[in-house]
Every structure is written in C-alpha cells, then in structure tokens.
Design a binder for this molecule. Structure first.
Ligand code: XMP
Length: 539
C-alpha cells in the first residue's frame, strides 16, 4: 500500500541523474508543497496520471549534446502543466523545443552574478543583480520559438528563459542550493503563483493524513512494531499509536548490545509517556551465549540477526495466543503461515521505511524489508503485511514529525546505530564484560560530544574496543588493559564519510575521563580514517 496519496496533486521532480533531484524535492517540501521524485523514463501519460500541480526537471551530470543523454517524453510540453527546468533540465527543454545548447568551452562552476534582463513571474522578488550557484559546461545559445531570455550571467548568455503561453521556465543556475541567495523565493513563486499549489504539506497535516491511512489499512486488527531505539522505528510507532492506540504492540529486544540508557529510555518514552503496550524482551544472556567464542565479523552479524528474528517470532506467536487474531477478514498476528480468506498475508508489521529507500528500490510501491534492517529477513511463514507510515518522508521530515508527536529530543536527534549494536564495535569476542567496557566508554564519548555542542553536527560519534591489550602505567603500577578508539565522522548519507576534526581539548577530556572512569581501559586512540577507504563501523 502506498501511503497517502497526498490529497493535492504532487509537484513531480524528474530525476536526470546523480541524486540532484532529492535536494530539489526537499526544497519543494520545505515550501510546504508535496513533491515526489520520478524517473525521466516515465512517459508523459504516466506523469500526467499522477495529476501533478507542476513538474521540475532536475540537473544532471550529462551534457545534452552527448549520446546517449537522458531525455523526456516531449508530449509533456503540450500538457499545460507548468514546467521548471533546472540546469540540465533547462538545457534539455531548450533543445527539445527547438533552441540550441552549445559547448562554449567556458563552463561556470560555483558562485556567479546573475543579471535580470526581462520580466518573469519567477523573478518577482529578485533584485536586478543577484548571486547564484552555477555548475555547467554547456550553455543555451538560442532560445526556442515562443521563449524569451530573462537573465544572463558572465558565461551564460541565457541564464533563464520562459514561454509565457505554456508556463515553461528554465534556469541555468541552481535555485535549490543555499548559495543562490534568492533561490527559495524563485521556487516559491513557481510553486504558488505558477502551479497554484497550496502550501498544505505541514508536519501536522502529514500526521493527520498518515494517521488516516494507517486506520484505513489495518481496520481493527492488531499491529506489531519492533522498536530499535532509533528514530525511524520510534516515529513510526508513535504515529501508528496515534492512529490505532491499543491495537499496537511494540516489541523491544534488549540484546545486551545497546547503548547506555537506551533500554530505560525506550521504556520511559513508550510505556510511561505514550502508554504503548510494550513487550520488553531482556535477551542479553541469549545473545552473549550465542556469541561466545565467535570473532569473525560476518559470523557475529549473522548470529545476531538470526537470534533477533527467532526472538521476534516467539513474541509474535505468544501475542497471537494472547490477543487473538483480530476481527473477521482482517489481518492478524498469526505467525504460522495462516493466510486470511482473501489470500492476503496475515498480520501487520510496522516498518520505518523512508522515502529515500523507496526511491532507491526503484518503485514507489515496492514494499520489501531491507535485509540489513534491524528486523531484516523475517521468515516467509511470518506473513506480515507491512505498515509503512514514513514512506513518503525524508529523514528531516521524520524528525520534525517525531518532535510534533512529542517524542523526546534525545530519540528524535539520535545518531544512527547499527542493527547488530555494539557488537560491530567490539573487535574479537563479544562478552558481557567487554560490552560493558565499551558501553561505558561510549557513554563518555557521546556525553562530551553533546557537551561540546557537536552531537547534531556529526553523523556518528562513538567508541570502539579493539581486541588487543597494551601496557600502561597508572599510579605506581603497571597496567595491561584495552585501548579504546574514538570514532567520529561527518557524512550526508553514510556512503562516504570524513573523520571529524574534533578539538584537542575535547579529545583530551574524553581521553582522561575514559581512562579514569572506565575500568579495563588504559589508552585512548583516535581513528583518522575516512570512508572510503575505511568504513564507519569497525566490523
Ligand atoms: P559502514 O560501517 O558500512 O556503515 O560505513 C554505514 C552506516 O550503516 C550503519 N550500519 C548498519 N546499520 N544494520 C544497520 O541498521 C547494520 O548491520 C549496519 N552496519 C552498519 C553504520 O552505523 C553507518 O551509519
């Protein structure tokens, strides 16, 4: 099931490559207009079937003069739907409509000055001269018939163009980046004045519409949600709880590999604050037994993943016994492969899938459980139907919705944490003692990063426990104990990452606190490896 659909037609952002489209889609949503990313290979009738309020063509890494270069079904130009082409998108519409795009040999990259040379409704709020962000090698040299050029830059004679009759606009620069000082105003004029899109995409209206969608989907059936302590599952649970209250049961499996205070916080928030029916499974002993003597990183991950699923399955079966199977014809908790009368999967499971996962999976309707997810790889006989109330949302929107739902800041702004937990930060054997050492050291790293006001700036910051011991001296005695490694990275998406340049004073404070406060540690090191070649986690 696709959540929404949003009541107003979306503004479609056509992706011409390299994820330029995501930033545009987010900017449109920041203007409170619902946007969706679509593929340039969609036909005009597929695009129009979504009843778009407007269409934005993104930039892209190719040149329109290359073959092959991504293109779009030209029937879209006769549809009457307003179009805004950005960079590559502007060049593409120019070329497809009969204008010319030349390789001038004089590309422009970075900030430049834009001079408005003609009147255009998207420049209403702009002064005559303004700073814009450019990134192009080709340049529009001749505008298509019916178009007028409305702005220029030193190396782009046609930096903006439009066809007043067909409401088709093109800009060579990037209004979506912050360096284009009036970029936001341009997008707002296009969205509000040209497309007539209402600014209705607000956090409270998102919640309202998704609450309704959850109710419509699950009826009176019971629903299960695995909480990990992370932001996505927390927001998804809070949203589903708002929709169906007691029909929701959350399951939190304490693997013994969680961060300091994580379990208490989940209890506090979900049981005490939200009064959600929470099954807290204390399974540390089972995880440590299963991990005893195991040192291979992949083997550890596999053991943890499989045990997690087994425990989740046990809880689901117990709940079926306890709570029954919902009302007739509805989904239920049945975990034994039972299907309801329609041949539909039985049982509902909340999944914190986000919009970027949906885009990556290549289809707005794909609903598969990602294998690396905390609840990954559920067995086939646990035939759950997925409830995915966040599948329209970007991460920043999930956080905003979480705040609006009253979740604590600490959960809403928590840095990502891997499904296998501290185990991927304990090199070598995972024992309760070693997990405790790492948890204590990690708590100090995080506390000091927070005190320094850096927590939100960093993608992740944590401690790692290597499998070696080194010699030290404390007081009058020789020590032989573990080092702890501080790992802190900046990143946008975890695909690449840079090691964070933490202030020396902060490092010193972390180092002395860890050695003084965490028994079993006598040395602190700093990981200064970026990704690639390193990964963020050590295992
Ligand atoms: P690496 O270590 O591959 O990690 O650079 C990239 C990002 O993914 C997180 N990560 C995981 N998340 N289950 C998860 O849910 C996992 O098994 C897992 N392994 C790594 C990691 O914390 C980082 O944000």
């Amino acid at each position: 099931m696709t959540y929404g659909p949003w009541p107003e037609g979306p503004v479609l952002v056509v992706d011409f490559g390299a994820q330029y489209a995501q930033l545009i889609a987010r900017r449109v949503r920041e203007a409170h207009v619902y946007s969706e990313i679509v593929n340039h290979t969609d036909t005009a009738s597929q695009l129009l079937a979504r009843k778009p309020a407007g269409i934005i063509f993104s930039g892209g890494p190719k040149s329109v003069n290359e073959t092959p270069a991504p293109t779009i079904d030209p029937a879209i130009y006769a549809s009457g739907v307003p179009i805004l082409g950005i960079c590559y998108g502007a060049q593409l519409l120019t070329q497809q409509l009969g204008g010319e795009v030349a390789r001038t040999g004089r590309g422009e990259y970075g900030r430049t000055n834009l001079t408005i040379s003609g009147s255009s409704p998207i420049f209403t709020d702009w002064p005559g001269e303004s700073e814009v962000w450019m990134s192009h090698g080709d340049a529009i040299t001749t505008v298509p018939e019916g178009f007028v050029a409305t702005a220029s830059c030193p190396d782009a004679p046609v930096a903006a163009l439009h066809d007043p009759d067909r409401a088709i606009f093109g800009v060579q620069f990037h209004p979506e980046v912050v360096h284009t000082t009036k970029g936001r105003e341009l997008l707002e004029r296009f969205l509000y004045d040209i497309c007539g899109a209402p600014p209705s995409w607000t956090h409270s209206s998102i919640i309202e519409s998704q609450v309704q969608a959850v109710r419509n989907q699950v009826g009176s059936s019971p629903v299960l949600c695995a909480l990990s302590g992370g932001v996505d599952s927390a927001v998804a649970a809070a949203l589903v709880h708002k929709a169906i209250g007691d029909q929701l049961t959350c399951v939190y499996v304490d693997t013994g590999l969680m961060r300091a205070n994580e379990s208490e916080q989940v209890e506090d928030t979900f049981r005490r604050q939200f009064h959600i029916d929470l099954v807290h499974v204390k399974a540390a002993d089972r995880f440590f037994s299963a991990l005893a003597g195991v040192t291979d990183p992949e083997a550890k991950r596999k053991i943890i993943g499989e045990l997690f699923i087994r425990i989740f399955e046990e809880v689901a079966r117990d709940l079926v016994a306890e709570k029954g199977t919902g009302t007739e014809g509805d989904g239920n908790f049945a975990g034994d492969g039972v299907e309801n009368g329609d041949g539909e999967p039985a049982g509902y499971l909340v999944q914190g899938t986000l919009y970027p996962d949906v885009i990556e999976s290549g289809s707005a309707t794909a609903a598969t459980i990602k294998s690396h997810h905390n609840v990954g790889g559920l067995p086939d006989d646990l035939a759950f139907d997925l409830v995915e109330p966040l599948r329209l949302l970007f991460k920043d929107e999930v956080r905003a919705v979480g705040e609006e739902l009253g979740l604590p800041h600490e959960i809403v702004w928590r840095q990502p944490f891997p499904g296998p937990g501290l185990a991927v930060r304990i090199v070598g054997e995972v024992t309760p003692e070693r997990a405790e050492i790492l948890r204590n050291a990690d708590a100090i790293v995080v506390e000091e990063i927070r005190n320094a006001g850096l927590y939100r700036e960093l993608w992740q910051s944590f401690a790692v426990l290597p499998a070696v011991r080194t010699v030290g001296v404390m007081g009058d005695g020789r020590t032989y104990a573990y080092p702890v490694v501080i790992r802190a990275v900046t990143s946008d998406d975890a695909m690449t990452a840079d090691w964070a340049r933490l202030p020396y004073d902060l490092l010193e404070k972390m180092s002395s606190r860890i050695i003084n406060e965490v028994e079993g540690v006598n040395r602190v090191a700093l990981d200064i490896t970026s990704k690639p070649p390193g990964t963020i986690e050590w295992e």
